[in-house]
Design a protein around this ligand. Structure first.
Ligand code: UDX
Length: 437
């Protein structure tokens, strides 16, 4: 099929490259000239495992090209995927849907033949219905332009795998012709057994935010338990393992630590709370405010613990931070707990040196006043305290022997609860985790 993808960020670039790899002809629309030029050369402007090979293959085959013209997009194909971002608004908890609105209005006026527009962006419930009205009003082809909402659930670090092998396909439609077109488009995945849920627009929009709200709730639940564990001498990892054996609960997303960050979970739960308020059901979503508060408190607790571990005064303390990305296998530092903690420690007068295997460059752009090292060991030079805040596998490889003679004081805090604390303790280190014995 000839398809287009509007917005080539994480979601759009991965969708465009994966669909071209499946054999479709794809035109990507990206208004940022630098990003567009990089993509057209087959270069991925972000770090995402396997996306570089996939993009290079798709661009190299000639099946994936890029443009900044809505007219070209409309002329190219009859299936258009809207994948633009919906960040949090600067002055409110709400999602900023201006890029979605711009994509729909920009495209609509060029749609002069039967077409299906597919929204994949994460939007406040009710947006799809509004966009359907926009299309009906602005598109020259009028009622022949259909809309479907088809949320995307990809995780950073697994974007390619999740796009090629989704765990479900959700299709929100008002018209069975739109359903048929999307079923045809996703035929190879559906034939491979991927479950399909066909529903209305509102449910399709809600599935995405409800998923992220549930995941965030799970993380804040275990983080709240970590605080209780600390007050009682219990161990949150043993607790999570034990409750996780109950298949109704499940062990995934029960890792206590410095909390969730990134471009999705934090802003999606806030936008959900805001939208619930607009809909008059804010009370039903109050718990999500607590989920957000627990998450924020984790970051603050890490700052307090760090302060205590350096003897009560952060001013002048030298602190090494392992990790800057909001999670491993990503260079994304949006709302990253590791960088938030680093920034706070620095503001309190500590000398903070950060090392992240992939995110030093993106971190430096957001936090240029922090120092950055080229390796985990280098970051620890003369450190009074080492904080492990993003669980890249290479940090688990560092041994106490590697840091002998490097640090000023042998003190380690594991903010992701994955290091072997006993091994560090037996080497004479003072160690702490969150909610750990
Ligand atoms: C999330 C959703 O998982 C994905 O389905 C959706 O499409 C986009 O948002 P992502 O932002 O890539 O994906 O990150 P995710 O893997 O969900 O992790 C989010 C944050 O939670 C990270 O900061 C991670 O470190 C943290 N986390 C995750 C925990 O603190 N504990 C856990 O047990 C799991």
């Amino acid at each position: 099929m000839r398809i287009t993808v509007l917005g080539c960020g994480y979601l759009g670039a991965t969708h465009a490259a994966a669909m071209a790899d499946l054999g479709h002809e794809v035109l990507g629309m990206e208004i940022d000239p630098d990003k567009r030029a990089a993509l057209a050369r087959g270069e991925v402007p972000i770090y995402e495992p396997h996306l570089d090979e996939l993009l290079a293959r798709s661009v190299g085959s000639g099946r994936l090209t890029f443009t900044d013209s809505y007219a070209e997009v409309a002329a190219f194909g009859d299936l258009h995927f809207v994948c633009v971002g919906t960040p949090q608004q600067a002055e409110s908890l709400a999602a900023d849907v201006s890029q979605v609105e711009a994509a729909f209005t920009g495209l609509a006026k060029h749609l002069d033949r039967p077409t299906l527009v597919v929204g994949k962006s994460t939007v406040p419930v009710g947006t799809a219905e509004r966009m359907a009205e926009q299309l009906a009003t602005l598109a020259p082809a009028g009622a022949d332009v259909l809309l479907a909402w088809n949320p995307e659930f990809l995780r950073e670090g697994f974007a390619v795998e999740d796009t090629q092998h989704p765990d479900r396909i959700v299709i929100g439609v008002q018209d069975s012709r739109a359903e048929k077109q999307l079923r045809d488009f996703y035929a190879s995945m559906i034939d491979a057994g991927t479950p399909v849920v066909v529903t209305d627009y509102a449910t399709a929009e809600l599935v995405k935010v409800a998923s992220n709200a549930f995941l965030a709730t799970k993380i804040s639940f275990i983080n709240a338990m970590a605080e209780v564990c600390e007050a009682t001498g219990a161990d949150v990892v043993d607790l999570a393992d034990s409750i996780g054996y109950d298949p109704r609960i499940g062990r995934r997303f029960l890792n206590a630590g410095v909390g969730f960050g990134g471009g999705c979970l934090p802003k999606d739960i806030r936008a959900f709370v805001h939208r619930a308020g607009e809909l008059g059901v804010e009370d039903a979503m109050t718990f999500l405010r607590h989920v957000d508060d627990v998450n924020q408190r984790q970051r603050e607790r890490v700052v307090h613990i760090a302060k205590a571990m350096v003897g009560g005064t952060l001013a002048g303390a030298r602190i090494a931070v392992w990790g800057a990305a909001f999670k491993p296998d990503s260079d994304d530092v949006r709302d990253s707990p590791a960088l938030w903690v680093s920034g706070q420690l620095h503001l309190s007068g500590a000398e903070v040196t950060v090392y992240d295997p992939r995110a030093n460059t993106t971190a430096r752009r957001s936090f240029p006043t922090l120092a950055y090292a080229d390796s985990a060991v280098e970051a620890c030079h003369d450190a009074d305290l080492v904080l492990h805040l993003t669980e890249w596998p290479e940090f688990r490889e560092v041994t106490p022997a590697d840091l002998e003679g490097v640090v000023a004081r042998p003190a380690l805090f594991d903010g992701r609860n994955v290091l072997d604390l006993d091994a560090w303790r037996s080497a004479g280190w003072t160690v702490r985790g969150l909610g750990r014995r």
